[in-house]
Design a protein around this ligand. Structure first.
Ligand code: KG4
Ligand code: ZN
Length: 352
């Protein structure tokens, strides 16, 4: 079977319903369309995601979103060479909507189906060619070269992996409790900021002083490549009982201090991984990678003569959940031999 040149990607792991059409021309992967419908605003009313509600919203949006992706790409289904879908991890109800829709379309349209691990998909946002500048001016638009260290920082995961090649990676470490995004979200909730909390904290942090509150950096001096963020959330919870949370400057300083503590932990272990494995390429991915301060700190550290590593971070819209990253990853994965082998798997991980 010839390698697919045009892939329709489908992503429904959580509260985003997304579809995208991507084209691969030689080594260059470009976006023909990229549609994301989110129920985050609805979920925000309840301070977090209600899985059943997220799944119901997926069902409402999936067909219109796929239609819109094909329309925006200005291609008919006949031009699609393969369909890619997020297999997991995520919320089972949400995943099932994408996986079963993709299986049905694959049968109807007679197109191969490529299952993608959502976490691996995040990294492949770094393989998409972009004409627009990314969050950091130094980031190159070329693609990463293996071996590379991968840092995944999302709402549910904070992992460090060593990529030896496409599809070949080794888990080096990760969070022992809350993920970095989860920590942003939980701290935001303590401060009565809306969900998702990461972007809110990041925005308020710009006007705050990160040195105001001395928050813990758990596991920061351990030699492993693990993180722990639940203690940070507890420290914030204890601290605010003594603070005037009605004073906007207090909130801004607290946001800046929280953001700095999370970034310090992520940067320390990522740089340790680069040095330990003598790596020259760092690929960062996941919703928290949209944080501009994290990008700046990683870049500053990567440029140190003792580190000297090239940094790749996708533009913010490709850091948070989207289907372009799923289609991009699928260019490097073989289609499933049997459709029945593809089952939604909420527990997929990077730690094999
Ligand atoms: O990758 P993602 O969109 O979904 C998952 O796969 O989990 O990540 C969502 C997470 C949320 O926790 C959100 O608060 C966080 O990414 N996030 C940010 C920023 N934008 C999104 N965290 C910090 N700063 C941001 N700018
Ligand atoms: Zn994600």
């Amino acid at each position: 079977m010839p390698k697919p040149k045009i892939i329709l990607g489908i992503e429904t792991s959580c509260d985003e319903t997304a579809a995208a059409v991507l084209q691969k021309d030689g080594d260059r992967i470009t976006i023909l369309s990229n549609v994301v419908a989110s129920s985050a605003e609805l979920q925000s009313k309840y301070g977090g995601i209600i899985p059943e509600q997220a799944a119901r919203e997926q069902i409402k949006s999936i067909i219109p979103v796929i239609d819109e992706a094909l329309n925006n790409a200005q291609i008919s289904k006949d031009k699609i060479d393969a369909i890619a879908v997020t297999q997991g991890p995520g919320l089972i109800g949400s995943l099932l909507v994408g996986v079963e829709t993709a299986k049905t379309l694959s049968l109807l349209w007679k197109k191969p189906l490529i299952p993608v691990n959502h976490l691996i998909g995040h990294f492949y946002a770094n393989w998409i060619a972009s004409d627009k500048s990314t969050t950091i001016p130094h980031t190159s638009h070329s693609t990463p070269i293996f071996p590379a260290i991968g840092l995944l920082v999302s709402g549910g995961h904070s992992d460090i992996v060593l990529f030896q090649n496409h599809g070949k990676f080794k888990y080096l470490g990760g969070t022992r409790d809350d993920a970095a995004g989860e920590c942003f979200d939980k701290c935001a909730r303590l401060l009565s900021l809306p969900y998702p909390g990461g972007p809110q904290i990041s925005k308020l942090a710009k006007e705050g002083n990160p040195k105001t509150y001395n928050l813990p950096r758990p596991l920061n001096s351990s030699r492993d490549l693990d993180f722990s963020f639940s203690g940070l959330k507890t420290a914030v919870s204890n601290l605010i009982s003594d603070l005037d949370v009605n004073n906007p400057q207090v909130i801004k300083d607290l946001c800046a201090s929280i953001e700095q503590a999370i970034i310090d932990c992520l940067t320390k272990k990522t740089i340790l991984a680069i040095k330990t494995h003598k790596i020259e390429n760092l690929i960062v991915a996941g919703g928290v990678a949209a944080n501009p301060k994290l990008a700046t700190e990683l870049q500053k550290n990567c440029q140190l003569p003792t580190v000297n590593c090239k940094l790749f971070i996708p533009p913010p819209l490709l850091c948070t959940d989207n289907a372009a990253m799923i289609a991009s990853a699928a260019f490097f994965i073989k289609p499933a031999k049997n459709l029945l082998d593809i089952q939604a798997n909420p527990n997929l991980s990077l730690a094999y």
